[in-house]
Design a protein around this ligand. Structure first.
Ligand code: 5RP
Length: 218
């Protein structure tokens, strides 16, 4: 089974968490794209979606799924999104697709975070995948210097502007053993919009696509 087929297993299995008549929180990425296809197959049974990126919005709209503004929704039952890394405490690194800020906002208003991954995303310690940080453009150099003081090696993601008009620094060389503290430390740097560490708001359910089918841990 290919990695994409395993992503598909996870994406379709997440349908089980979608309530009839609900508005669904939808993340971003290649695994979520399979979930969006799955949502398309039940689109008449749901009210619509709150989306975490322009890319997902476009795909949802193309399938005829109504998009709701996050400001018009007080909470969501469920948010389905992928991850770049996930540890045994269900803390995650996200933002490989540069959508981390909107992902964090939609996750924050959701009662349940269902993380859909293939097995390659499971790690013991977060940090092998460079940690994405969305930064206000004028603060890029300052934030990079502060990140070096925190032990990282930040690299500017050239040519990428986020949906919010900001830039991304990818921080290499980290071994994040206290993810909640590190999330706090990076959030405290002036000019940081969002750090792609989802530790304070981790996943509630993890669905892993495997060659034997989807493995659900809740
Ligand atoms: C986008 C994300 C994605 O969830 C993450 O990058 C995983 O992507 P994929 O499902 O393509 O492996 O955080 O900002």
């Amino acid at each position: 089974m290919t990695q994409d087929e395993m992503k598909k297993e996870a994406g379709w299995a997440a349908l089980e968490y979608v309530e009839k008549g609900s508005i669904v929180g939808v993340g971003t990425g290649s695994t979520v794209n399979h979930f969006i296809d799955a949502l398309g197959s039940i689109k008449d049974d749901i009210k619509g979606a709150v989306s975490s990126s322009e890319a997902s919005t476009e795909k949802l709209k193309a399938l005829g799924i109504e998009i709701f503004d996050c400001n018009d929704v007080s909470y969501l039952d469920v948010y389905v999104d992928g991850a770049d890394e996930i540890n045994p405490s269900r803390e995650m690194i996200k933002g490989g697709g540069a959508a981390l800020t909107r992902e964090k906002i939609v996750a924050a208003i959701s009662n349940k975070f269902v993380c859909i991954v293939d097995g390659s995303k499971a790690v013991e310690v977060l940090g092998e995948f460079p940690l994405p940080i969305e930064v206000i453009p004028m603060a890029r150099s300052y934030v990079a210097r502060q990140l070096v003081k925190l032990g990282g090696d930040p690299v500017y993601r050239e040519g990428v502007t986020t949906d919010n008009g900001n830039v991304i620094l990818d921080v290499h060389g980290l071994r994040i053993t206290n993810a909640k503290q590190f999330e706090n430390d990076v959030n405290a740097i002036a000019g940081v919009v969002t750090v792609g560490l989802f530790a304070h708001r981790g996943a509630d359910v993890v669905i892993t696509g495997t060659p034997q089918g989807a493995k659900v841990e809740s």
